[in-house]
Design a protein. Structure first.
Lengths: 303, 285
């Protein structure tokens, strides 16, 4: 059995002279949740459509579940579930009829249909015409998982869902990964990606800017310490503490917010020289790191 | 999450194989059912109208219409020498160019919009992300349109048959009636193929349907121009209407078999070209 469920090598896509993908490469391991991030127009959907053989790449190769995505796309499509961004459904039929049609096209019984309908509280017996964006999204999630696929390709799975259902979907995705399913998901909701993904790939303007483990990113992001001193403290004293990368001074110099990477020990020892009224430490949000990747590529391009 | 749900989730179940049937053919028929109902109703209405007012028609000097070449070309009954009875009126009102123009445009629109519409609204993504080849998708869509053509043809023949039973003096030569309908069916096959070709090229349902109608209407204009402009007899031969002279077959009882083969051949070439294009194109978001 291959270690990698998805292998993308030097994938490029040109529309005439316009370049959508500039030779991106990444691998997704079996059983992991891989977050595919990037701003609008970065090339996320183009990559996903190339993986599904809806778009033919100009150059490069995609290997999914041991098959070439262009030559053996049928073999791949038998084993995957797909949720598109902004799901569109045939509106003249009920969700049950639609799901039945999709399972027939899949050529497999929808063995998980009842369980998924109950779990996500999907109304299936009324015409899709009156469905809200969130309801359509839930039907989309059900259709992606109902035939028990090995690999899930999800384009913005949480868009349009209320926070409770978003949490339920996140829990469900983590359970599925524990059971050995591989999940490849693109998302704009960075907090969700941070919570559930094992690794992330960041794409910007058709280039892969980074592929990192979320744990590594957490270490890079460091921690945020909020300190309140009894007396004003000179900022230069804090700047010299090893590991302190950012300092935000508030008011008269008694309040500081410090970003710390690496060990906290030097900071604690430095703070112990002063009267500290209040100290709180929390993990820095990964959003900042993700956004830095975007900025980093911008800077690099300007150079 | 409840304990029972966890237990259900953790139970490992592999999906059993399931018979696929022809889900896209069914979907195509479902999508076009309103249009098909209107076309069938129109067919029944016109055939019964012609049969019902046949005595009035027979009192008119219809043959004098034929003396005006522009009028005859407009109706698609040019070159007919005799013009009598139910078959003649049916040829003028139903099987002349009207069959080709009206039903041709309807079928071309159905076919033109059938794939383009699903590309436009994005519903094709979920279908083609499943184990359904583009060839199968295209052929099932086309088959759905061909079934619609078969239904329209059957309704037309059945209406004529009922009229021969209900109205006195309404008779047809069934051999030539069937050959006329066969010709009409082949013309609609051509129209569907032209529509499928356009549908494989354009990603907007209405635009593709409109373009397909444009092909049929342009063919009709070419046919009229070819009939009237005697200096350029080749113009007429460029129009598919030339190869499907339904009025001539029904009234003059003359058929040129290779004309039908040409029309069918061109239809198949257009349809298969559409298939090749659809297989090669990007399905853009």
């Amino acid at each position: 059995m291959d270690r990698y469920t998805i292998e993308v090598k030097q994938l490029a896509k040109y529309y005439g002279k316009v370049c959508a993908l500039r030779g991106i490469s990444f691998k997704v391991e079996r059983g992991e949740i891989f977050g595919f991030l990037g701003p609008n127009g970065a090339g996320k959907t183009t990559t996903i459509r190339c993986m599904l053989d809806l778009i033919r790449p100009t150059a490069g190769r995609i290997n999914i579940l041991g098959h070439d995505a262009q030559r053996d796309s049928m073999a791949i499509r038998r084993r995957i579930g797909y949720l598109p961004d902004d799901i569109r459904l045939m509106e003249s039929i009920t969700a049950r009829q639609l799901l039945d049609r999709y399972s027939r096209i899949q050529g497999l019984e929808p063995v998980r249909l009842r369980e998924l309908i109950q779990r996500f509280d999907v109304e299936v017996d009324r015409p899709l015409k009156g469905y809200s964006r969130g309801m359509r999204q839930k039907v989309g999630i059900v259709q992606a998982f109902m035939c028990n696929p090995e690999l899930l390709i999800l384009d913005e799975p949480n868009v349009g869902l209320d926070p409770l259902i978003q949490r339920e979907v996140n829990a469900f995705l983590m359970e599925e990964a524990e059971r050995g399913r591989t999940i490849f998901m693109s998302s704009h909701i960075l907090s969700d990606v941070e919570k559930i993904c094992h690794r992330v790939g960041v794409i910007r303007e058709g280039r892969m800017v980074a592929v990192e483990e979320v744990e590594t990113l957490r270490e890079k992001a460091g921690q945020v310490a909020t300190v309140e001193f009894d007396q004003p403290v000179d900022q230069t004293e804090l700047q010299n503490i090893p590991g302190v990368s950012e300092i935000n001074r508030h008011g008269d110099g008694r309040h500081y917010i410090l970003k710390v990477t690496g060990m906290m020990d030097p900071l604690i020892k430095a703070l112990s020289r002063h009267q500290v009224l209040r100290l709180s430490v929390e993990e820095a949000p990964l959003e900042d790191i993700f956004l830095k990747f975007y900025e980093y590529s911008d800077t690099k391009r300007r150079r | 999450m409840t304990t029972s749900t966890v237990r259900t989730v953790r139970r490992r179940r592999w999906a059993k194989r399931r018979r696929r049937g022809l889900p896209i053919v069914g979907a195509t028929l479902r999508e076009k059912r309103t249009g098909l109902t209107f076309v069938c109703a129109y067919t029944v209405f016109i055939v019964f109208l012609v049969a019902g007012i046949l005595p009035t028609f027979e009192q008119m000097d219809i043959a004098s219409f034929l003396e005006n070449p522009a009028f005859a070309a407009f109706l698609g009954i040019s070159g007919l020498e005799t013009f009598e009875g139910f078959s003649a009126i049916l040829a003028m009102e139903f099987y002349g160019v009207w069959y080709g123009v009206i039903f041709g445009c309807v079928v071309a629109y159905f076919a033109g919009s059938t794939i383009a519409h699903t590309v436009e609204d994005g519903s094709i993504d979920l279908l083609l992300s499943r184990p359904m080849s583009r060839t199968r998708y295209y052929m099932e869509r086309w088959s759905g349109i061909l079934i619609i053509i078969a239904i329209v043809s059957a309704v037309a023949l059945f209406s004529v048959y009922i009229c021969t039973l209900v109205f006195s003096g309404v008779n047809v030569n069934w051999k030539w009636m069937l050959l006329t309908q066969l010709t009409g069916t082949i013309f609609l096959l051509f129209a569907s193929a032209a529509g499928m070709l356009v549908s494989s090229l354009i990603s907007s349902g209405r635009s593709a349907g409109g373009a397909a109608i444009g092909i049929i209407f342009f063919s009709y204009v070419l046919n009229i121009a070819g009939t009237l402009v005697t200096q350029w007899p080749w113009v007429e031969k460029l129009s598919p209407f030339y190869y499907a002279p339904m009025a001539r077959i029904l009234v003059a009882q003359q058929i040129t078999w290779w004309h039908l083969l040409v029309l069918m051949g061109i239809g198949l070439v257009l349809g298969l070209t559409g298939l090749v294009i659809f297989n090669r194109r990007d399905i853009a978001a």
